[in-house]
Design a protein around this ligand. Structure first.
Ligand SMILES: [Zn+2]
Length: 126
């Protein structure tokens, strides 16, 4: 039994809302931004998970990162940095949580992009 899910993200805006071409080598497009291109440019990942779609995977991955940030207090320190840099004026917990949540999501996206880059490098070497 295979529980692998192959998921695709837009290489421009990282949205999982991409239209996949029926044929290999066809043109894919993003529903969220104006990106269009060959499906080989999509950020595609195979996950061994019980998730149904890419957005769920990204969400769960970001939630794990956020949990880690809460446990080792890096989320708190990130909030302090955001205040230090003047992006938030007061200790406004809901606003800071929103920033930290998006930081976690950006980390998740960055990890997926790094993996894509590494996979690309492997292909061009062989
Ligand atoms: Zn897009």
């Amino acid at each position: 039994m295979s529980d692998k899910t192959k998921s695709y993200f837009c290489p421009s805006c990282n949205s999982p809302l991409v239209n996949l071409p029926a044929l290999a080598g066809g043109e894919a497009s993003c529903q969220k931004c104006t990106w269009k291109g060959p499906n080989t440019e999509l950020l595609g990942y195979e996950f061994k998970t019980g998730f149904d779609n890419a957005e769920e995977i990204l969400h769960a991955f970001a939630r794990d990162i956020r949990l880690l940030m809460a446990q080792n207090e890096s989320g708190l320190k990130m909030g302090q940095l955001i205040i230090k840099w003047g992006l938030v004026q007061n200790v406004d917990v809901p606003t800071l949580s929103r920033y930290v949540g998006n930081v976690a999501r950006a980390i998740a996206v960055s990890v997926l992009e790094t993996r894509k880059d590494i996979e690309k490098e492997k292909q061009s070497v062989s």
